[in-house]
Ligand binder design. Structure first.
Ligand code: FAD
Length: 546
């Protein structure tokens, strides 16, 4: 399969033909689902003149504005994945929530005579065009100025934020009050609406659940243009639909995020294992322990000999002499990463607690590395790598990422095949692997997870070298991803994709399993014309041919 970057722009003609055919095949007024139809020869559909449709948007009298300029809108056809590029017809830069609701209501009122769809774009850090809208409208959520961030202290502190806010800005603002959100992603230059539409998973999720479980209330603009406040107690069905809902049911314009007292510092620890079974046993032990670490993750190191030297800049070995003598000999290693939060006056008790926890683990003794950094520095750690990669021109390369949730009972089998057979010589980026407790995750949201008490997040965060045809090229990495997915399917591991990427109705239906019917019902309740988030490729807007 050849899928070089920009190929989708180049393939736009072919894509357009497919879209035309889809319009023809969708002759009813109801929501259609993507599927593998076979198509008749297309003839041009009659529909509203799209220039008229677009110019009608200009009559809306918004606080913000529309951009129809092809050149200015180019950024809305890009994302972090850098593999899919669908150009919208217009980009809305909203200044208020009424801007968003008026736009969606206008499109809703046009009914199925208009082909326009709408994608909210957070920070555009999707992989496969999920925040794009081919010939539709992209809403640049970061320009939404509706709400000043408001931090509420007290026994159950929270912050009210706009859906387009970056998590890094929320962190800065809440820290002024000595507070912070409880659950994070590894990288904070993502928007609230973007991560809440997925889950928001990081090393705190074993304890607090993902970000979608740490939200008290949302304000949402539905696919009919209605502005609805929802929470566990009010419009609960919409609330849970939107959380993890892949942008299908509404646009998150505000969120009330749960906070906790923020520590000043963190103790950051890494230890190595050469046996996966010991590594995973220790991870599982830690996530089920009382008074455990505050953050637990892990990653796989494939074929790196100079590993210890790479770490010297930010971590100190507990035993420098022994650490110097440790050589990975090209073996695949597993690194357990743990963090304990503390304030400077708690250093002694924190160290005792860490010693106690470490004494329960079976890592290679010479490979204990530690560091103490500020809480802010720790949470914003990936941004440091981002700046380095940007300086080398290596941030805006294709990112064929693959994120999987694997049930605990099958993780050894998965590791044996993937790290023993599929990815033996090298990886093209970090591979994260860590378990979480299902009991801490609220199962009323739209997110689907494996059906076990404990499951692992395994994230293959590959970067492809743009013109390479070798092992670091896009084609090779996509083939490896496919081998991993094929293995999961053949071995029937009960895997669920996180940040799922599918193209057909059958695949989506299989992904959602028993939740599929509910997902479809919610779609027809909240976005009956399938206007929202077309880039997820779950539902196809039905177009009436008159
Ligand atoms: P976008 O890519 O802009 O949008 C994602 C989807 O959400 C689209 O379908 C879009 O239409 C929809 N959407 C956007 N805003 C809204 C809104 N306000 N209301 C409704 N729908 C909306 N994820 C994790 O869970 N944990 C991690 O540790 C993690 N680390 C990452 C690190 C990097 C470097 C990157 C690039 C991604 C990472 N992700 C992680 C994945 C990330 O959470 C998702 O890609 C997320 O969608 C990106 O947020 P965004 O604001 O860029 O959203």
């Amino acid at each position: 399969m050849k899928l070089p970057p920009l190929s989708f722009l180049k393939q736009n003609n072919a894509y357009l033909k497919i879209i035309m055919i889809l319009f023809l095949s969708c002759t009813t007024d109801r929501t259609n689902l993507c599927s593998n139809h076979s198509f008749a020869t297309p003839t041009a559909p009659q529909r509203l003149n799209s220039t008229n449709t677009l110019s009608s948007l200009e009559t809306l009298g918004l606080d913000g504005y529309f951009s129809f300029d092809y050149m200015n809108n180019h950024h809305a056809a890009k994302d972090f994945g850098n593999m899919y590029h669908f150009l919208p017809s217009a980009v809305l830069h909203p200044k208020s929530v009424p801007d968003i609701s008026a736009t969606i209501r206008h499109i809703f009122d046009m009914g199925s005579a208009s082909e326009l769809t709408v994608a909210a774009r957070g920070h555009g850090h999707s992989i496969q065009g999920q925040a794009q809208a081919h010939q539709g409208i992209v809403i640049n959520m970061e320009s939404l100025q509706g709400l000043e961030m408001q931090v509420h202290s007290g026994e159950m502190p929270y912050v009210d934020v706009s859906g387009g806010k970056l998590w890094i800005n929320i962190l800065h603002e809440t820290l002024k009050n000595g507070l912070a959100p409880k659950s994070w992603t590894d990288y904070l230059h993502l928007t609230v609406g973007g991560t809440l539409s997925n889950a928001g998973i990081s090393g705190q999720a074993f304890h607090h659940g993902p970000q979608i479980n740490n939200v008290h209330q949302l304000e949402v603009v539905t696919g009919k243009g209605e502005v609805v406040t929802c929470s566990e107690k009010q419009n609960a069905d919409l609330f849970y639909a939107v959380l993890g809902g892949l942008g299908q049911f509404g646009i998150i314009t505000q969120a009330r995020i749960s906070l906790e007292p923020a520590p000043k510092m963190v103790k950051w620890i890494r230890v190595l294992y050469s046996e996966f079974s010991i590594f995973s046993h220790d991870q599982e032990h830690l996530i089920s322990s009382e008074n455990s670490f505050d953050y637990i993750e892990g990653f796989v190191i494939i074929n790196r000999t100079g590993l210890l030297n790479n770490w010297r800049s930010s971590f100190s070995p507990k035993d420098p002499l022994q650490a110097n003598q440790f050589n990975s000999d090209g073996r695949t290693l597993f690194c357990l990463e743990m963090v304990k939060y503390f304030n400077p006056d708690e250093t002694k008790t924190m160290n005792q607690s860490v010693q106690n926890l470490l004494s329960q683990l079976s890592y290679i003794p010479s490979t204990l590395f530690q560091s103490e950094v500020s809480y802010l520095e720790f949470l914003d750690r990936v941004h440091v790598s981002e700046k380095k990669l940007q300086a080398k021109g290596l941030w805006e390369v294709p990112h064929p990422w693959l994120n999987l949730l694997i049930p605990k009972s099958r993780i050894s089998e998965f590791a044996e095949e993937v790290f023993g057979n599929i990815l033996t010589d090298t990886s093209n980026g970090p591979i994260l692997i860590y378990p979480v407790n299902q009991s801490k995750w609220n199962n009323r949201t739209s997110l689907v997870t494996p059906d076990e008490d404990v499951f692992y997040l395994v994230a293959f965060l590959s970067s492809a070298m743009p013109s390479s045809t070798g092992r670091d090229g896009l084609e090779h990495i996509l083939i490896q991803n496919k081998r991993i997915l094929d293995f999961c399917a053949i071995a029937q591991l009960g895997m669920k994709q996180y940040l799922p990427q599918y193209n057909t109705r059958e695949e989506w239906q299989a992904h959602f399993g028993s939740q599929w019917e509910i997902f479809v019902q919610r779609k027809s309740a909240y976005d009956p014309l399938a206007i929202l988030a077309p880039g997820q490729r779950i539902f196809q807007k039905a177009i009436r041919i008159s």
